[in-house]
Structure formats: structure tokens, C-alpha cells
Design a protein around this ligand. Structure first.
Ligand code: UTP
Length: 323
């Protein structure tokens, strides 16, 4: 009998160089999106798709991830004695979220290498992989859809998103055959970060996967590829030679919070949908945007500075001269 995956792997051992200097001494996965670290959204997503055994791949300077999901006796005692019951419940709910396990990737030798660290813990079961810096904000629950597809096909499933051709060189990219369902394709090939004119399609692989356990043998056989890293894409390409792989297509709602622009956008999106913050934040945002639209000259920091200087000069010129 086939089972649905019940374990998830969350690789979080990358260096986060695109967010430096913020990530010099703290993990990018712990940077806050509104009021919780990015990785908490990932763990919550896994749990709501029915995956409550979660292995986080950590590395150097990543202790704060473990601390965040651990019990915090001192903080709990303090909140309890000061009657902050709402905050106490909030803090407790984090450590009760899921059964979390950790394994360290000694050196960040690539995403494929990070996933291979999970072999022992997964012990021959199908499992999901959620990248810790890919945040999904959508009414359409991607991971549950992928789980359902796995249940029907008993094959590995990759999350795919169509991207503009000039961006395809940032992703793994698949060739595919359509199926009668527009959301589902059959993957026929995969290549890491192709040049736009050599890309087999505009379908990019994004940070959600479901794998059959055979991916580990493929990872064992995968030699360092692009940038000298063990690429997950290369192992998927080997797996595809042995068994069918399906793609589950999403249209939007994905934010790579390991980049500055998506990090900012995700915060805005997440704040706007919150009942406690959304209406007030929308009013503030609207005011800021209209201020910037009214004064195109105040758009860049340099222009803002020069605008501010001329305002000061104007005020000084009109100030009555002291005798
Ligand atoms: P990224 O390539 O986005 O992460 O990997 P990075 O290496 O931290 O990014 P930059 O380019 O330096 O900014 C995707 C995911 O895989 C994890 C990362 O933590 C991220 O969640 N990863 C990557 C590992 O766990 N180990 C690795 O060796 C590489």
C-alpha cells in the first residue's frame, strides 16, 4: 500500500549572500516577515499540508533557528508571571508546531548536498522538500495540491512557475508535455540555469518538491556541477531516467525572500492581508505612494537630500534676520 509523505526536509544551510550585510551574523531564514521569521511560515505551511515530521538542514551560525522552535522556559515564566497570556500562548504554540529535527551540513556544498543529508532520517519514505527562503502567499495551497498529485501518481512532483524568458537563467528549467489538466504537466527534461535562448521552456522549478526515496541514490551519483556545487537539478535529471516526474504549475504568490526586492514585497503582502495591521498599513502605504508620485523629484535618496536642503535654504532665506 502506498502512503502519502509525512516527512518534510527544509534546507536552511545556505550563506544568504544576496542579503548581506543583514545575513553576516544571522541566518536569512530568521529575518522577520512582519512579526515572525521566514522559516516559521515554511514550517506552518508544511504542517498544514499534513507534514508534521520536519528535518531542518542547518549549518554554521544557524543556532537561532533551533532556539526559535525550542521551548523557552525563562521567557514563558516571565510572560506567565506578568499576566501576558496571549503572548504566552503565542510563544508556546511555536514550540508545539511540529516534530522538528536538525542535521548540520558541514559546508554549504549545494542544495543537492543539503538534501542528501536527510537520507538517514527519511529512511526510504517519500518526502517533501520546502526551501526555507521561498515563501508562498496564495489562497491556492500549492503543497496540498502536490501531495494530492503524489497520491494519485505515486511519482515525484516539482512545483513549477512560468517566468519571463530573461529570468529563466536564475532557475532550474524543465521541458514538459501537457496533460488534460492545465495545472499538471509531465516533466521530460530538466536543466539548471539555462541561457534564455537555450531554455527548453519558461517553466521554472520553484522551492517545493515531493520526492520518492530513489532521489537519494541519484544524489549519491551526482558529481559537483555548476559552481562546483552538488545540484539538486542534476539528481532530478538522473531520477527522470528511472521514473516519471510530474510538474504542478502555480501562477503566482511565490516570493524568493533571499532577494531584497522579494523580501520587501513579501512583507508588504503579508502585512496587507492581516486583520490587525492591514487597514492601517494600507492607509499609510497609500499616503507614502501618493507623496512619491506627487514629487517625482523626491524619488531617489540623493534627490530627496537635495530637496530637503533646498527646503532648509528656502526657510532660512525667509527667516527674519536677527538684529
Ligand atoms: P539559495 O541558493 O537560494 O541559498 O539556496 P543561498 O546559497 O543561501 O543564497 P545566496 O545566493 O548566497 O544568497 C536555496 C535554499 O537551499 C539552501 C538555502 O539555505 C536555501 O534555503 N541551501 C543552499 C542549503 O541548505 N545548503 C547549500 O549548500 C545551499
Amino acid at each position: 500500500m502506498h502512503h502519502l509523505p509525512r516527512k518534510a526536509v527544509v534546507p536552511a544551510a545556505g550563506l544568504g549572500t544576496r542579503l548581506l550585510p543583514a545575513t553576516k551574523a544571522q541566518p536569512k531564514e530568521m529575518l522577520p516577515l512582519v512579526d515572525r521569521p521566514a522559516i516559521q511560515y515554511i514550517i506552518e505551511e508544511a504542517v498544514s499540508a499534513g507534514l508534521d515530521d520536519i528535518l531542518v538542514i542547518t549549518g554554521k551560525s544557524k543556532w537561532s533557528i533551533e532556539d526559535h522552535f525550542d521551548k523557552s522556559f525563562e521567557l514563558e515564566k516571565h510572560l506567565e508571571s506578568s499576566g501576558k497570556i496571549e503572548e504566552l500562548d503565542l510563544v508556546r504554540s511555536i514550540s508545539d508546531l511540529a516534530e522538528l529535527h536538525y542535521v548540520r551540513q558541514g559546508e554549504p556544498l549545494g542544495l543537492g548536498h543539503a538534501v542528501s543529508m536527510a537520507k538517514q532520517h527519511i529512511s526510504g519514505e517519500p518526502f517533501a522538500v520546502l526551501l526555507a527562503d521561498d515563501i508562498m502567499i496564495s489562497d491556492h495551497p500549492l503543497l496540498s495540491g502536490m501531495m494530492q498529485l503524489y497520491g494519485e501518481q505515486q511519482c515525484s512532483v516539482l512545483a513549477l512557475m512560468e517566468v519571463p524568458s530573461q529570468d529563466i537563467s536564475l532557475y532550474g528549467c524543465v521541458s514538459y508535455e501537457p496533460t488534460e489538466n492545465a495545472e499538471i504537466v509531465r516533466v521530460t527534461g530538466i536543466v539548471e540555469k539555462p541561457d534564455p535562448d537555450e531554455a527548453p521552456s519558461n517553466f521554472a522549478v520553484i522551492g517545493r518538491y515531493i520526492f520518492t526515496p530513489e532521489i537519494f541514490d541519484c544524489l549519491d551519483k551526482t558529481k559537483p556541477g555548476r559552481n562546483g556545487e552538488i545540484q539538486l537539478t542534476d539528481a532530478i535529471s538522473l531520477l527522470l531516467k528511472q521514473q516519471p516526474i510530474f510538474g504542478y504549475v502555480v501562477k503566482d504568490g511565490r516570493f524568493d525572500v533571499g532577494t531584497k526586492i522579494d523580501y520587501l514585497t513579501a512583507i508588504v503582502e503579508l502585512a496587507l492581508v492581516r486583520d490587525d495591521l492591514g487597514p492601517q498599513f494600507l492607509a499609510i502605504l497609500t499616503e507614502i505612494v501618493s507623496r512619491f508620485e506627487d514629487k517625482p523629484s523626491a524619488r531617489t535618496p540623493r534627490e530627496r537630500m537635495s530637496h530637503a536642503m533646498s527646503e532648509i535654504m528656502r526657510k532660512l532665506e525667509h527667516k527674519p534676520k536677527s538684529k
